[in-house]
Every structure is written in structure tokens, then in C-alpha cells.
Write a protein that binds this ligand. Structure first.
Ligand code: ATP
Ligand code: MG
Length: 673
């Protein structure tokens, strides 16, 4: 369903073409009709339509059968050029060979180029070129004139009037979009009015026949509302903040991540604003609002609107970075473009203002829609200034499936060793985000960068397991486990580190088969060290250690076993344990379907158990420490032992959770101690 609007354009081309054929026939018939209509269409129209039909079919096939990442391919293949070439040949052929309503013919041929260009740009996910947009506008004007001539000549037959009106409004709509796209005007919504007017005329014209043709044109107009990457609607508080700054005589923009996310059709996490107002001037504009002023040194003032904090930062440039972490100085500037120049990647270096439109001096839009990650300016300089940008780059590449541009990737790898100066917390948070978005191929693709901050994993790379149970080396196996567990931070960390100590515990038996005795415990120990070094939150660290320690303790769908595990770990951890074990098995490279079925059995049983019985812990027993002391137990470890014993008995169904029974069992346990 989501892709439906994407089919409007090829569909429009195709149905327009079919109707063209029909319409042509209709008027040829009409020629002999009593109405006395002149042959409206050119005798060689079918050639033009034939070529257009071929292109439209190609587009539709491409849409469905194209590669997974069409963005890269379309732009490399000169499909648009080939299409335009065909169109030009057809046009020339028809013009030289025959005569007829040449104006309409030329207009439509130009429109064909234009539509073709729009379609390919649209599949390539990039902004259409100026020519792409101008050609349909020319076509519209040609059609307006042609149809008006016919209208006056042909006793004012009404469908020609509607035809010309349709093309007139469509042309105005096109011009409007053109000016928007070139950044001169940005209220995209105003274009809607002209689009609607054109639609209305198309519907009216449809009443006079050739319905499909106009339905298809209408669909094309509609589709343009869906495809534009250029529509951005700011939330009301953000618009309000921008307007207030503008009213006070400053310029202001939404900037960075929110513009990028908006273009991708995602909901931004937060909205950052930038302005030429200095921090104290910002504070003055928002006098009376709750302000957060601790970032003023770097130009940032926080303003609270409707209980939400928005950061407004003065445009600034940055000096050199002696420590690869912080700029030596910052300087406030007046131009938003100077501020964009200090940002890390082109897709993050765009600004938007409802009245001005997009400011995109580094081609972030094109890069985003070509799925390219490119450093702003000289990559070597940018990564040497701040080594965190290297990890940020990997994060954006994984999160938005961007492909790093050659020089950018080369410098990211070359300067990876400078990341040792970064603060652990920042490395941890970047790594966590990367792990949560990683997909197959990413860990190996970025291994030279990631292993720089996770040196413990270096021996795992290309480490052959010499095992008939494992198809892959340790790092490749790790990557597969990562990609087969759900994307939550705890599980991803556990997956990344679950086999980190395999190389150190490796032995081979006399048959040459590889073994890794005790690798789970050892990996858990190393994982703990790594997470301590990176200052990971304690709760995450502890759970990761638990998951890794027990990742080899096979869980099977047996009620008593699951009941005991549920009591010990609780449902969320046990669920993660199941997921980690399943992914670990899948990543051996064998029997994926079976492992997924086993997992489902476990999950179903766990769900049922938690619903019916819940988690039973020692504190839920119908006996407590005081009762045990009354029975003659000494305070201390004896009580813990007894409670554990009683809990296991109850969990295994050997004893009911009943005060008197447990008391009797505790007495017996004491006697046997
Ligand atoms: P997210 O959606 O994860 O918040 P983001 O792009 O908004 O992504 P932030 O860390 O919030 O990332 O930064 C906001 C903007 O500030 C970025 O888009 C980028 O333009 C700029 N920026 C942030 N950190 C750096 C950096 N280390 N070097 C250069 N520019 C940076
Ligand atoms: Mg952000």
C-alpha cells in the first residue's frame, strides 16, 4: 500500500498512452462523422505512444523486479538518457516525415521527455532536474494553445475548453513547484490549489469522453503530492519559535537531524534550531519563557515551549581541534551557510525555514536520496577535527542504509586509531545505536573502525572454528547472531560479545575438531570488562553478563525447566535468553527453520507459564526466614540454602506452596543438614 503512489506515474504514462491510441482512433472515425471534426491527431502519433508505452512498461517492471537498492543502479545506468534519445528520434522522424497538428505533437513529445525524466528521477529518489520540470510545463502550454485553437475552430466544443483549462492550471502548478524546488518560494501547500484546479478540469473534461486519459492525468497530478521529498511540516512550537525570532529581526532555521529525518518521511527525535541571534539576544526574544542557559558558551540556549525543550544555537564556525574532541574556539557568525559548513555529513548539513525553504549548500538532498554518506568538505580534515564523527558516520550509514562515499570511508578507516581519545560514554552511546541498526554485512564492512574501539574482538576476525557445527568464522558468526536477535540494546550487546573469548579457549581434539571449553564464562568476564570500560549502565551490563554466561545452557520446551528459569531470571531476561540462543543456533549456518520452530515452542510455553502461574521467587513462598528461625535454623547461609531448596521443590511441583507442608519440609531439611 505504501508504494501505491509510486505506481501512479508509470500508470499515468501507460493509461495515457492507451487512451492516446483510442482517442486517435476516435477522431479518425469522427473525421467521417457528420460533425465534421478535422483530424486532430498526427498520423504518426502511434509511434510516439508506442515508445512511451515501452518506457512505461520498463519502469513498472523495474519498480517490481529492480534490485534491492535501486537508488544506486538507476543513477548509474543512463536510462533517462536512452529514453530521451528515443523520444527525440521519434519526434524528429514525425516532424520531418509528415504534417499535421505539429504544435500538439511537439508539445507532447516534450512532455514525454519530461515525464520520463521525472519518472527516473523519482525512482532514483533524487530531485528532478530543471529540464525535467520545464518540459512538462512547455507541454502544458503547447496543449493550452493547441486546444484553444481547436476550441475556437470547432464550434467551441466544450471538452477542448476543459482540456485547455486543465493544461493551464497544470502549467501554473508546475511553475509553482519549479520555483519551490529552486528554493525561491517554499510554501508547497499553495501549489495544491492549482493542482486541485487542474484536477477539477480533468474531471470535467472526462465527462466528454476519453475518461481513462484524464483519470490518468489526474493520478499523475495526485502522485506529485505524494512523492515530493521537499515537503516538510514543522510542529507548531517550532514554527512559533522561528516566527518569534524572525519578528525580532533575526533569521532562524530548523537544522540538522530533523531536516534529514523530515526528508526521509521519518518523525524526528528532536528539533534543533539555529539563528543569527546571539545567546543573550535569544534570551531576550524569549523573555518570560523557561530558559536553559548552561550551553551559552557554545551558543546554545534551551527554550521550553509546551513542556518541551528546544535548543536554539547561534550560527557559529569552529576553530581547529587540537584534541580531536573539542574545537579550540567557536566564533558566532551571521550566515547560516557558514554554520552548515561546520557540520559532519552533507545529509546533516541542511536547514529549513517555512518561508525560505531548504538551505542545502552541500547537496545533502541528493546524497540522502542516493543513499550516500559524504563528509562536508575535506573528509581527512573533518575526521581529524573530531574523531567521534567516524563513529557517527557508521551510525548514520547503518541507521539510514547509506553507503559511504569512497574518500569518506577511506578517511574514516585511516583515522580510526584517533578514536582512542574519545570519552567512553560517547563511544558507548554511538556503539549502542550502531548495534541496534546493524544489518548483515555491516559488522564486517566497518570492522576496521569498530574493532578499533573493541580490540577484544580482533582475534575473532577470520578465526576458523574447525567445527562441523559451524559454517562461519567467529566474527562472521557473531555478525549473524547480531542480525538475528531483535534490535534492543541489551540483546545486541550480548550478541556482539557472546563469543568474544572463543579464540582464547580454542582447542582441537585428535580428530582435528575444534572445541571452545568454558568460552561462555570467559566471554562473560571479558564482556563485563568491556562494558565497565565503556561506562555502560550497570543494569545493562549485568543482564548482558547473565545472558552470555548462560548462552550455552540449552533451553528446551519443558515446563519444570522453564519454570525454574523463569523464577531465576524473570520473563524479560528469559525471553532474551531464548532469542540469543536461537540466533546463536541459526548463525551456525544450519537448520534455520528448525531453530525458529523450537524458538516458537519455547516462547509459547513461556507466555502460557507467565500468564497462568507468573514468576515464583523465594519471597513468594508461604514460609519466610522468621518461620525458619522458629524451627531452629541459625541466622545466615543456612536460611538461604533452605529457602532455595524449598523453592526448587515447589517449582518442580513436588511440594505445594502451603505453609504447613513447607514447614514440615524445612524441618526435614534441617535434620539432614
Ligand atoms: P539524531 O537523530 O540521532 O539526534 P542528529 O543528526 O540530530 O541525529 P545530533 O547529535 O542530535 O544528531 O546533532 C545535531 C546536528 O549537529 C547534526 O545533525 C549535525 O549537523 C551536528 N553535529 C552533531 N555532532 C556533530 C559533530 N561531532 N561534528 C559535526 N557536526 C555535528
Ligand atoms: Mg538530534
Amino acid at each position: 500500500m505504501k508504494n501505491l503512489p509510486k505506481l501512479f506515474l508509470p500508470f499515468t504514462l501507460l493509461s495515457g498512452i492507451v487512451c492516446g491510441f483510442l482517442r486517435n482512433e476516435m477522431y479518425v472515425d469522427a473525421q467521417s462523422d457528420k460533425l465534421g471534426l478535422i483530424p486532430l491527431h498526427h498520423p504518426n502519433y502511434p509511434i510516439l505512444y508506442g515508445i512511451a508505452a515501452l518506457l512505461a512498461v520498463l519502469l513498472i517492471i523495474y519498480r517490481f523486479a529492480g534490485p534491492k537498492r535501486p537508488y544506486q543502479i538507476v543513477t548509474k545506468l543512463p536510462i533517462a538518457g536512452i529514453g530521451a534519445g528515443f523520444g527525440a528520434l521519434a519526434c524528429a522522424y514525425m516532424l520531418f516525415k509528415t504534417e499535421g497538428s505539429t504544435l500538439l505533437l511537439v508539445a507532447q513529445a516534450m512532455g514525454l521527455f519530461g515525464f520520463w525524466g521525472l519518472a527516473t528521477a523519482y525512482f532514483a529518489g533524487k530531485k528532478p532536474s530543471l529540464l525535467n520540470m520545464l518540459l512538462p510545463i512547455f507541454m502544458c502550454f503547447g496543449m493550452v494553445l493547441g486546444n484553444l485553437t481547436l476550441w475556437t475552430k470547432l464550434n467551441q466544443t466544450q471538452d477542448y475548453l476543459f482540456d485547455s483549462l486543465f493544461y493551464l492550471f497544470a502549467a501554473i502548478y508546475g511553475i509553482h513547484r519549479l520555483t519551490c524546488a529552486s528554493g525561491q518560494k517554499t510554501d508547497y501547500r499553495a501549489g495544491f490549489v492549482w493542482g486541485q484546479a487542474a484536477l477539477f478540469c480533468a474531471i470535467a473534461a472526462a465527462a466528454y469522453g476519453h475518461i481513462l486519459y484524464f483519470v490518468s492525468l489526474s493520478l499523475w497530478l495526485l502522485s506529485t503530492f505524494f512523492v515530493t521529498p521537499c515537503k516538510m511540516v514543522l510542529p507548531t512550537p517550532v514554527e512559533k519559535l522561528i516566527k518569534m525570532l524572525e519578528r525580532a529581526g533575526y533569521t532562524a532555521y530548523a537544522v540538522g537531524g530533523c531536516v534529514r529525518d523530515g526528508m526521509l518521511g521519518l518523525t524526528p527525535k528532536d528539533y534543533d534550531l539555529c539563528t543569527n541571534a546571539k545567546p543573550d539576544e535569544i534570551a531576550k526574544v524569549f523573555d518570560g519563557y523557561e530558559l536553559v542557559r548552561n550551553g551559552e558558551k557554545h551558543g546554545t540556549v534551551g527554550v521550553v515551549v509546551d513542556k518541551c525543550l528546544y535548543e536554539i544555537t547561534t550560527y557559529r564556525t569552529e576553530g581547529s581541534y587540537a584534541d580531536s574532541r573539542h574545537p579550540d574556539w567557536v566564533e558566532f557568525v551571521d550566515d547560516v551557510c557558514d554554520d552548515l559548513a561546520r557540520r559532519d555529513f552533507t545529509v546533516n548539513a541542511m536547514a529549513f525555514n517555512p518561508a525560505v525553504g531548504y538551505i542545502d549548500p552541500y547537496g545533502g538532498t541528493a546524497d540522502l536520496f542516493h543513499r550516500t554518506l559524504r563528509a562536508v568538505g575535506n573528509p581527512k580534515k573533518r575526521f581529524s577535527e573530531d574523531a567521534l564523527r567516524i563513529l557517527r558516520g557508521v551510525r548514520f550509514a547503518c541507521r539510514f542504509r547509506l553507503i559511504p562515499q569512497k574518500d569518506t570511508l577511506q578517511e574514516m578507516v585511516a583515522l580510526a586509531p584517533t578514536m582512542d581519545r574519545l570519552a567512553s560514554e560517547r563511544v558507548y552511546s554511538e556503539l549502542t545505536e550502531i548495534l541496534c541498526h546493524i544489518e548483515e554485512g555491516d559488522l564486517l564492512l566497518y570492522k576496521d573502525i569498530l574493532l578499533q574501539v573493541l580490540p577484544e574482538l580482533v582475534p575473532c576476525a577470520d578465526f576458523c572454528q574447525h567445527s562441523r557445527h559451524h559454517r562461519y568464522d567467529v566474527l562472521r558468526h557473531t555478525e549473524m547472531v547480531l542480525c538475528n536477535v531483535p534490535g534492543d540494546a541489551t540483546l545486541r550487546w550480548a550478541a556482539l560479545l557472546h563469543d568474544v573469548s572463543k579464540p582464547q579457549t580454542f582447542t582441537r581434539d585428535e580428530k582435528g575438531e575444534g572445541h571452545f571449553h568454558g568460552h561462555a564464562g570467559e566471554s562473560a568476564r571479558v564482556a563485563e570488562q568491556i562494558l565497565l570500560r565503556l561506562k555502560a549502565p550497570a543494569a545493562l551490563r549485568e543482564e548482558v553478563v547473565t545472558l552470555i554466561t548462560h548462552h550455552m545452557d540449552l533451553l528446551t520446551p519443558e515446563k519444570p525447566l522453564l519454570r525454574r528459569r523463569l523464577s531465576k531470571y524473570g520473563e524479560p531476561t528469559l525471553k532474551r535468553m531464548i532469542d540469543l540462543q536461537t540466533a546463536d543456533r541459526i548463525a551456525t549456518g544450519y537448520k534455520k527453520e528448525k531453530h525458529l520452530r523450537d524458538r516458537q515452542k519455547l516462547v509459547d510455553m513461556l507466555k502460557k507459564l507467565s500468564k497462568e502461574e507468573g514468576r515464583l521467587e523465594a519471597k513468594d513462598l508461604a514460609i519466610d526466614g522468621h518461620d525458619l528461625i522458629a524451627l531452629g535454623y541459625e541466622e545466615g547461609p543456612q536460611i538461604g540454602q533452605a529457602m532455595h531448596h524449598l523453592l526448587q521443590q515447589v517449582l518442580d511441583g513436588k511440594l505445594p506452596n502451603d505453609h504447613e507442608t513447607l514447614k514440615a519440609a524445612a524441618k526435614e531439611f534441617l535434620n539432614n543438614l
